[in-house]
Design a protein around this ligand. Structure first.
Ligand SMILES: [Mg+2]
Length: 413
């Protein structure tokens, strides 16, 4: 009889990645409290990343610059240099690829590696990687070593910076089960809160529930979480050449000044949707869902979604859906600090369309033709060559502070 050998998966996470790269580029920053911030001059710039020292002083990601300064008076604020972060990210991948070609990035600073068939002991490989990253790049990583991806990721969070944690089949219950539910990958705030209301506060609590309770309360995701908690995650580490198809296309910004009313919010929503429509058409995708994410001036956030009547690539349709969500759901208790619009439930625009009897199909075809012509102009003269008049006088949209968010499929395995 042949038994399957246990897999050996590493998850390597570069510690305080942006801030650490800044320190390598400017050694004067070593040991200082630094924060990489969206737009340093503006009052409303927010912290994107911080160094270990800034973190200890209470600086948090997402804080406004002025709040961060209040926590830490000698905080050094620097603007992001994405080109360099990308360069260091590639150098990290280069080190990982010495051990395996199954290297799957998760964001810019994290990767899974499958070293099951690599020569050498997984813990020794992890140790070599940790040392090489330090010697060659001047960065530190924390690495989780386990028999599945979810626990490897958990291991890299368990002890940091500059540390290695092994979570084995024999010991995972002792290490993983006492941890809070929110430490489990894909267990978001809403799920954590709902689990809390059921009296379940730890990963072990999830594992010990009957699986059909998880199914009933959370559907498919509940079953997935239950499997993860029990160490039954069998998802594979993608090959380095594999690029996951996009599962959602989103665009978000933090506004220069808070948005006070629907009229101001409408302009921002339409401006964000412009880019989404263009990208969907560029990637030959269309969306049947729209999600709106809003963070208010108190930094609390909410998000809502809705299904569209028909799959679309049209920014106007996406913007209207997002706008109507805001109109229906947002109470305007506080002004709005940042908004993200995301097109979800994507499929190929080559697939046949299910037509609804209720829709004006001719109008849709005219709209598609118009969008095609506008794209041609934008390809030639830049993305702001044609924009709706509505967006023109928007002064609260910062230039160059917007975020492009394309979520690859592997986020949703
Ligand atoms: Mg990191």
């Amino acid at each position: 009889m042949c038994t399957m050998r246990d897999r050996a998966i590493l998850h390597s996470d570069a510690n305080c990645f942006y801030a650490s790269v800044e320190t390598v580029l400017n050694p004067d920053f070593r040991g200082q409290a630094i924060a990489v911030c969206g737009s340093p001059e503006e009052r409303h710039g927010i912290v994107l990343a911080k160094s270990e020292k800034a973190k200890r002083a209470g600086v948090k990601t997402g804080m406004a610059n002025w709040q961060a300064k209040q926590c830490c008076r000698d905080l050094i604020i620097v603007p992001p240099q994405y080109d360099y972060y990308l360069k260091f990210s590639k150098l990290l991948h280069g080190i990982y690829r010495r051990y395996t070609d199954q290297v799957e990035p998760f964001g810019m600073d994290e990767c899974w590696l499958d070293v099951t068939y690599s020569p050498g002991d997984p813990m020794e490989i992890a140790e070599e990687i940790r040392q090489a990253v330090k010697d060659e790049l001047g960065l530190t990583v924390s690495i989780g070593v386990s028999f599945n991806k979810v626990f490897a990721k958990l291991g890299s969070d368990y002890k940091k910076p500059d540390a290695i944690t092994q979570i084995s089949k024999e010991h995972f219950k002792e290490i993983v089960w006492p941890l809070p539910c929110s430490d489990l990958l894909y267990c978001g705030n809403a799920t954590t809160a709902k689990l809390g209301s059921m009296g379940v506060r730890t990963i072990g609590g999830i594992a010990l529930l009957p699986v059909d309770v998880m199914q009933r309360k959370f559907g498919k995701n509940g079953v997935a979480l239950w499997k993860y908690a029990n160490g039954l995650d069998d998802s594979r580490v993608a090959h380095q050449d594999f690029t996951a198809p996009a599962k959602s296309v989103g665009h978000g910004i933090t506004c220069v000044a808070d948005l006070e009313n629907m009229d101001e919010a409408r302009k921002v929503i339409f401006a964000l949707s412009l880019d989404i429509g263009y990208k969907l058409r560029y990637m030959n995708l269309r969306a049947t869902g729209v999600q709106l994410y809003v963070r208010d001036s108190e930094l609390s956030f909410c998000s809502w979604q809705k299904r569209l009547e028909m799959a679309t690539q049209d920014e106007g349709t996406i913007a209207l859906a997002a706008y109507s969500l805001l109109e229906e759901k947002y109470s305007w208790h506080n002004p709005i600090r940042s908004i993200t619009v995301t097109a979800t439930q994507l499929d190929s625009s080559q697939n046949p369309t299910q037509l609804s009897m209720l829709l004006d199909y001719e109008r849709l075809v005219r709209r598609e033709k118009l969008n095609e012509s506008i794209d041609t102009i934008r390809d030639r003269y830049g993305k702001y060559a044609v924009i709706p008049a509505l967006v023109l006088d928007e002064k609260k949209m910062p230039v160059g502070n917007d975020r492009e968010i394309i979520m690859p499929g592997y986020m949703y395995q």
